[in-house]
Design a binder for this molecule. Structure first.
Ligand SMILES: [Zn+2]
Length: 282
């Protein structure tokens, strides 16, 4: 009986320890601002990133990420640059990128028109945009511009790319990543739309690619991401045409030349399954 009690007590201490570690890490959100190029900076909130551009007439921010993140960013921009945030540009409607825009109370919010119905029915604190567009939109403030492009359905029906031409920076979220596999099983993604969007981005005059997750890279990294999707599509598609089962295809398509990429261990098999499901639905 005593032995059993000791075991239980040890287990309880173990739980307490893990609870403490978990709450300590949960409380310490990692936030930072790093300089990318020219007047463009990258904002980190744990695994989420956005960018902003400083001009003499105010700041153009992008994804607010969350209410707490946006409040922190607003204060940092005010204290470091002495400028208010005049615009907030949404990458797409997903709550984990665009919640919290109310923190920028002077800002005009810009988004793709298709984002509106998603935001109107969202349960999250997402501000509706003041300005919407459908294909392209150029915003100029304090002599600096940002070009917004909608390149068709990809990760969502309203995902846009933002190019800051003076700094040569491209900001794009969720459909692109650098040295990292696509997210899990890519559910809801128009994979050919992603491939087409990246091909269009590769033609742009951009030196730095700043994704919404993970590391910063270049257009060559985007091309590698596109090639990964093309190879995956080809390898899964060939085996489907040969009548192989999903289980067999998952065993055969290992994409091992990408084993050094981030999330290979966790997402390679879901990527195969996602591609299979995508191709079945075509
Ligand atoms: Zn998303």
């Amino acid at each position: 009986m005593l032995k059993r009690y000791k075991k239980l007590a040890a287990g309880y201490r173990y739980l307490l320890l893990f609870g403490w570690i978990y709450s300590a890490t949960a409380a310490e959100t990692e936030r930072s601002i790093t300089h990318l190029a020219g007047d463009v900076y990258r904002f980190q909130n744990d695994a989420h990133y956005s960018v902003f551009m400083v001009t003499p007439e105010g700041v153009i921010a992008t994804d607010p990420i969350s209410p707490e993140a946006a409040q922190w960013l607003n204060r940092e921009i005010q204290s470091r640059f002495g400028q208010p945030v005049k615009y907030v540009l949404y990458s797409h409607d997903h709550w984990d990128h665009v919640s919290g825009g109310a923190a920028f109370n002077e800002a005009t919010i810009v988004a793709h028109a298709n984002a509106v119905p998603h935001i109107e029915t969202s349960d999250y604190p997402i501000e509706l945009p003041d300005i919407t567009f459908t294909n392209e939109f150029t915003l100029t403030l304090g002599g600096k511009s940002v070009h917004l492009y909608y390149l068709g359905h990809s990760h969502s029906d309203n995902l846009i790319y933002m190019v800051f031409p003076d700094a040569g920076v491209l900001f794009g979220v969720d459909a692109i990543s650098v040295n990292r596999l696509p997210f899990q099983d890519m559910v809801g993604t128009d994979i050919d739309g992603v491939i087409g969007s990246i091909s269009a981005l590769e033609q742009m005059d951009v030196a730095i690619v700043a994704p919404g997750h993970g590391e910063v890279g270049s257009l060559a990294d985007l091309a590698a991401h596109r090639e990964y999707l093309e190879k995956l599509k080809e390898q899964v598609g060939t085996r489907m045409r040969e009548g192989k089962s999903l289980e067999r295809i998952k065993a055969e398509v290992t994409m091992s030349e990408y084993s050094h990429w981030g999330s290979y261990g966790g997402w390679q098999q879901p990527n195969v399954e996602g591609m299979y499901n995508y191709l079945i639905a075509q």
